[in-house]
Design a protein around this ligand. Sequence first.
Ligand code: FAD
Length: 404
Amino acid sequence: MPDLQGDIIIVGAGVVGLGVALEITRRFPRRRLLILDKEDGVAQHQSGHNSGVIHSGIYYKPGSLKARLCVAGAAAMLDFCRNHDVPYKISGKVIVATKAEEVPRLEALCKRGESNGLTGLRLIGAEELRDFEPHAAALKALVVPSTGVTDYALVCQKYAELIVANGGNLLVSTEVRDIKRTVDQVVVETPRGAYSAALLINCAGLYSDRICRMAGDQPGAMIVPFRGEYYDLVPERASLVRALIYPVPDPQFPFLGVHFTRRISAKVDAGPNAVLALAREGYHHSDISLHDLATSVTFRGFWKMAGRHWRNGFAEYYRSFSKPAFVRALQQMLPEIREKDLTPGVSGVRAQALKPDGTLVDDFQFVPSGKILHVLNVPSPAATASLMIGKAIVDIAITHLGLC
Ligand SMILES: Cc1cc2nc3c(=O)[nH]c(=O)nc-3n(C[C@H](O)[C@H](O)[C@H](O)COP(=O)(O)OP(=O)(O)OC[C@H]3O[C@@H](n4cnc5c(N)ncnc54)[C@H](O)[C@@H]3O)c2cc1C
């Protein structure tokens, strides 16, 4: 007999699990909701280790979930921050093309942003760029005025406060170790006891594919951990960056490229790169999990990805170990930056789903299976979009899981 019964269990108290939980407590206030997380607080992984950017939605394929949920999610995030006293700033950003071959991609990005409904986008030349970012270099730049910054760890704390105030139960230090399905219940085993509910929503981030397997389902993709490392600008040189300076992204990758971010705290950092981590929660070079490594190297798609992207992968590793190489990459956008201007900063690990054919899953992926819904790919801009992801997932749970 389970120790505690509820109507709905959510695994994972990151920004996505909490976004879903908040939406459930608002739309179904009578449902008994349990949120389980293995850590001793909310936002201990991706949601507390990111760039803090409220993305505008410029990058994503028109019509994709990322595009729709990011554009609407950014507006919802700004409203949320305003209404709940979470610090935020609409600082705007510039995307800079520093090589001739990047200019057509920058122009295409501008068109894509307009297709996604963004307003105020403007292509400018090197002269005008100085009005926005006096120290940046570019052949051409794109001004994105609606981009903002916040602190997603604070956003998560506020989500959690509201969820608990609305009657939800948040159980931390409660790791899900096994999942069983009975005729009408899903039973979750944890070291603190068993919990059961009619429905379960898997928002376990870096472990979402494993939770999916625990529930007897096939995720159809494997989560690959990509570490993103940051450097901090020393305070005396933080004035080199007014707001946010981004490169033109490489269309082969779902990552945006190393950029400069003036955070909500006013601290400026450079990063994150994207290095294959040797453990799912591998925040440092020395973090190695043989189990995680074995899972990766025995997955067909891993070698196909490696075969396709080995050159880029090595370049990322090189920059990860060599500060001069990292700085050289940054100098393309900010020629005045020097090695002594940067000190090692924090890092985060992205959960990126990889298909057996070696392609990285681009869009968000939500997969219902019986009374369980698996959230299998929610990389950036999922923090920005979290309120809208919450709505989309609750809609799916109503239609496919019978949530009522
Ligand atoms: C370096 C970096 C920079 C980024 N920058 C941005 C940005 O600027 N803007 C933006 O919008 N997005 C950004 N993102 C993306 C964004 O942070 C993530 O998409 C988002 O946080 C994902 O949230 P999540 O809830 O799915 O995952 P997580 O925050 O990782 O939460 C998953 C939770 O599941 C828990 N869990 C896992 N396994 C179990 C288990 N067995 N039992 C119980 N609990 C479990 C974990 O403890 C964790 O708390 C960035 C991400 C990274 C890593």
